[in-house]
Design a protein. Structure first.
Lengths: 186, 489
C-alpha cells in the first residue's frame, strides 16, 4: 500500500513540476526537489572506500532549506543505488562529506566557494541554484528557462570527483561544459 | 448444366481444368492473403512496439526533467519510418508532452487510451494502427508514448498480390488450354477418328475401313487396335459367308435346273408312250367288246381310265414345271372374262344345278397364260368340291383390304379342316381321298408357284362341309369398281 501512495505522490509531483510556471516559488522548489531525487537515478559513483562505506543514499541540504518537506515526502521509503534514501539537513558543507548529493541553497551566497572547497575531490554530487555555481567548481546548477526549471552541468568537475553521470541525464542538460546560457535567471 | 452436356469431351475437359485450377488459385490467393494480412499487421505492430520501447527509454530523462525539446528530438527519429503518421508522448497525468507528425500527413490527433497498469496495447483503426506503450522509470509509470502508423503497405501488398494472382490465373488458363489441346492430340483425336470409323461401318456397312492407330502404346491405342482387329474378323467372316452363300446358291440352282430338266423330260417323254398305251387299250376295248369277252372289256376299261388319270397327272406336272420356269409377260388381263369362259366350259361338260356369281371387269396385271392356269385350278376345284351339293354356289370376285386388292374364288362345297391348311399348297398332299374327290394334288401347288412368281400371296380359309375360299393378291393390281354380278345356271 505505501508503494501505491508513493507512486501517486510522484505522479502528483510530476504534474506539479510540469505545471510549474515559476511565478510560484513553492512549485519551483517542489520541482527542484523532484529533480534532486531524479539526479540520483542517473548518477554512478566510482567504487571507493568512501562510497562503499555509505549505508544510505543521503541527499543533504546545506544551509538554509527552501525545499521544505517536498523532498522528504518524495523520498520516503525510496531506494537509490540499492540503498535507502535519506534526507539530511546541515549547517556546513563539512558535514556533508558522506552525502551522495549535496544541495547548496542560493542563500549560502558567498559561502558557496568555501562549501565547494570543503567537498572538492569527494564523491559528492553538488547541486545549487546560485549563480556562477559551475564557474566556482560546482557540478549541477539549476537555471530557469522559459518558466521551466532546467539545469546545466560542469562535466569536468563531475569527472574529477570520480562521478559518472548518465548520458540520458546529460542529454537533457542545458549545457555540459560548465557554462550557463546567457539571459537565464538564476 | 446444359452447356456441360452439350459439349464434347475436349470442351468438358477444358472446363474441368479451368474450374480446378481457378478454384485452387482462388483458395491459394485467399489463404495467402489472409496469412499475409495477418503477418504484415503482426509485424507492423511488433515493429511499432519496438520503436515505442526505444522511444520510451530515450524519453525517460526528458520526462523526468520536463525537457520537451529533447523528447521531440527523440520522436523526430521516427522520420526514418515513412509509414508512421504521428507519434506523441504523454505525461503520467495524460497531458500532451511532445508530438511528432509526418510532414505531409494531415494533423492526427491521438488520445491516450492505455488503462492504468497496462504496459502496451494496440488498436486497429480503419486504415491505421495505434500503439500505446507505457514509459516507466525504476518501475514507476512516468508517461506514455503513442505511435500512429498507416496500413497502406498492407493495402498495397493486397493489391499487388491480387494482380499477381490474376496474372497467375491467366497463365493457368493458358496452360489449361494448352493441356486440353495436348489432350486433344492424345485422346480426343483418336477417339473422334474411332467414332467416325464406327459411324462409317454402321451406316455404310463398309467393313474395309480402319481407324488410325495412335503411335503411343496407351489404352486408346489398344482400343483402336482391338476395334480394327474386330473389323478384320468381321470382314473375313463376311467374305467367307458370302463365298459360301454364292457357292450354295450356285449348287442349289444347278440342282434345281437338273430336277426341272429331269421332271420335264420324264413328263414329256412319258407322254408319247402313254398315249400309245391309251390308244391301244381303247382299240383293244372296242375289239374285245366285239369279241364278247366282258371280263377283258372291264379290264381294258380300267386300263384306259388309269392311263387317262396318268395323262392328266403328267399334264399337271408339266404345268407345275412351266409355272416355275416359263418367262413372265405382264399384261392387263380381264380376270372376269377368263373366269366366265372357264365356268361356261365346265357347265358344258357337266349339266348341274349351279349358281355362279362373277364380278364384272376385274382386271389385273399378270402373265395371261399363267393366271389362266391359276383361275382354272381354283374354279375347277370349286366345281369339283361342290359337286355333292344340291345347290352349288361358286363366286369369283375382288375386294379391297387395306391398300391391296384381294381376288377370291369361293364355293359352298365340302370345304376342309382349317387345321391342315398348311398342307393345302404342298404338291401331292391331299385332304380328301381319291374315292371322294379324284385329283392329282398338284393344282394348288401350281397356283402357289405362279402367284409367288408374280410377287403375290395366296391363302385359303374354310371349314368342313361349309365351303372354302381361296384368295390371292397380285402386285400393281386393283379391283376397280365392283358392280354387276351375273347369275347363270
Amino acid at each position: 500500500m505505501p508503494r501505491t501512495v508513493r507512486s501517486v505522490a510522484i505522479i502528483a509531483l510530476c504534474a506539479i513540476a510540469a505545471a510549474v510556471s515559476a511565478q510560484n516559488r513553492v512549485s519551483e522548489y517542489a520541482v527542484k526537489a523532484a529533480y534532486l531525487f531524479n539526479f540520483g537515478r542517473f548518477v554512478r559513483f566510482a567504487p571507493s572506500d568512501a562510497v562503499n562505506n555509505r549505508r544510505t543514499f543521503d541527499i543533504c541540504i546545506v544551509g538554509e532549506d527552501p525545499l521544505g518537506l517536498a523532498l522528504d515526502d518524495l523520498t520516503a521509503n525510496e531506494r537509490l543505488d540499492g540503498k535507502p534514501v535519506r534526507v539530511a539537513r546541515m549547517k556546513t558543507a563539512g558535514e556533508a562529506r558522506t552525502c551522495a548529493i549535496a544541495y547548496i541553497s542560493s542563500a549560502e551566497g558567498a559561502h558557496v566557494r568555501t562549501d565547494l572547497d570543503a567537498l572538492r575531490g569527494l564523491p559528492v554530487l553538488t547541486v545549487s541554484d546560485s549563480a556562477n555555481f559551475l564557474q566556482h567548481g560546482g557540478m549541477i546548477q539549476f537555471v530557469i528557462i522559459g518558466n521551466h526549471v532546467r539545469f546545466a552541468v560542469n562535466l569536468d568537475a563531475v569527472r574529477s570527483a570520480q562521478i559518472n553521470l548518465s548520458s540520458e541525464l546529460l542529454k537533457v542538460a542545458v549545457s555540459v561544459n560548465g557554462e550557463t546560457p546567457a539571459g537565464v535567471r538564476p | 448444366m446444359k452447356l456441360w452436356f452439350a459439349q464434347s469431351i475436349a470442351g468438358r475437359l477444358r472446363v474441368l481444368v479451368l474450374f480446378v485450377s481457378g478454384t485452387a488459385l482462388l483458395l491459394a490467393y485467399i489463404s495467402f492473403l489472409a496469412f499475409d494480412f495477418y503477418s504484415l499487421r503482426h509485424n507492423l505492430i511488433d515493429s511499432l512496439e519496438t520503436q515505442a520501447t526505444i522511444i520510451g527509454f530515450n524519453s525517460e530523462s526528458a520526462l523526468l526533467f520536463d525537457d520537451q525539446q529533447t523528447a521531440e528530438t527523440t520522436l523526430s527519429a521516427l522520420r526514418g519510418a515513412p509509414s508512421i503518421l504521428a507519434a506523441e508522448i504523454f505525461r503520467a497525468d495524460g497531458r500532451a508532452f511532445a508530438l511528432y507528425a509526418r510532414q505531409d500527413s494531415a494533423k492526427q490527433s491521438i488520445v491516450p487510451k492505455l488503462a492504468v497498469g497496462q504496459t502496451s496495447a494496440s488498436w486497429i483503426q480503419d486504415r491505421s494502427v495505434l500503439l500505446g506503450h507505457a514509459i516507466k522509470s525504476d518501475g514507476k509509470f512516468i508517461g506514455s508514448v503513442y505511435i500512429l502508423a498507416e496500413t497502406r503497405d498492407i493495402a498495397n501488398r493486397t493489391r499487388q498480390f491480387g494482380l499477381l494472382s490474376a496474372a497467375i490465373l491467366l497463365l493457368c488458363f493458358a496452360i489449361a488450354l494448352l493441356a486440353t489441346s495436348t489432350m486433344r492430340g492424345l485422346i480426343i483425336r483418336p477417339l473422334e477418328n474411332l467414332a467416325e470409323t464406327a459411324h462409317v461401318v454402321s451406316r455404310q456397312k463398309d467393313y474395309s475401313v480402319r481407324a488410325k492407330v495412335p503411335r503411343r502404346r496407351d489404352e486408346l491405342a489398344f482400343l483402336v487396335q482391338s476395334f480394327n482387329e474386330m473389323l478384320d474378323e468381321i470382314e473375313k467372316g463376311r467374305a467367307v459367308l458370302e463365298q459360301k452363300v454364292a457357292e450354295r446358291t450356285a449348287e442349289l440352282s444347278a440342282a434345281n435346273r437338273e430336277i426341272e430338266a429331269f421332271s420335264y423330260t420324264v413328263a414329256h417323254d412319258l407322254r408319247g408312250p402313254l398315249q400309245q398305251v391309251a390308244n391301244i387299250g381303247f382299240l383293244l376295248q372296242s375289239n374285245a367288246v366285239n369279241g364278247k369277252t366282258p371280263e377283258a372289256s372291264a379290264l381294258l376299261g380300267k386300263l384306259v381310265s388309269a392311263t387317262s388319270r396318268m395323262s392328266s397327272l403328267i399334264d399337271d406336272l408339266l404345268n407345275l414345271s412351266r409355272a416355275g420356269t416359263a418367262p413372265l409377260k405382264h399384261v392387263q388381263v380381264d380376270l372376269s372374262a377368263i373366269a366366265r369362259t372357264i365356268l361356261e366350259n365346265l357347265v358344258l361338260g357337266d349339266k348341274r344345278h349351279i349358281e355362279t356369281v362373277i364380278a364384272d371387269s376385274r382386271v389385273a396385271i399378270a402373265d395371261e397364260g399363267l393366271i389362266t392356269v391359276v383361275l382354272e385350278n381354283l374354279l375347277r376345284n370349286a366345281w369339283k368340291y361342290s359337286s355333292r351339293k344340291d345347290l352349288a354356289h361358286i363366286e369369283f370376285g375382288c375386294r379391297d383390304m387395306g391398300d391391296e386388292s384381294v381376288y377370291f374364288v369361293k364355293d359352298n362345297g365340302a370345304g376342309f379342316d382349317n387345321a391342315y391348311v398348311d398342307r393345302l399348297f404342298s404338291p401331292f398332299q391331299r385332304l380328301h381321298s381319291q374315292a371322294d374327290f379324284p385329283g392329282t394334288g398338284v393344282g394348288l401347288a401350281t397356283v402357289q408357284r405362279i402367284i409367288a412368281r408374280h410377287g403375290g400371296r395366296v391363302w385359303a380359309t374354310g371349314s368342313v362341309d361349309r365351303g372354302a375360299e381361296f384368295c390371292f393378291t397380285l402386285p400393281q393390281s386393283k379391283c376397280g369398281r365392283e358392280t354387276d354380278s351375273e347369275l347363270s345356271d
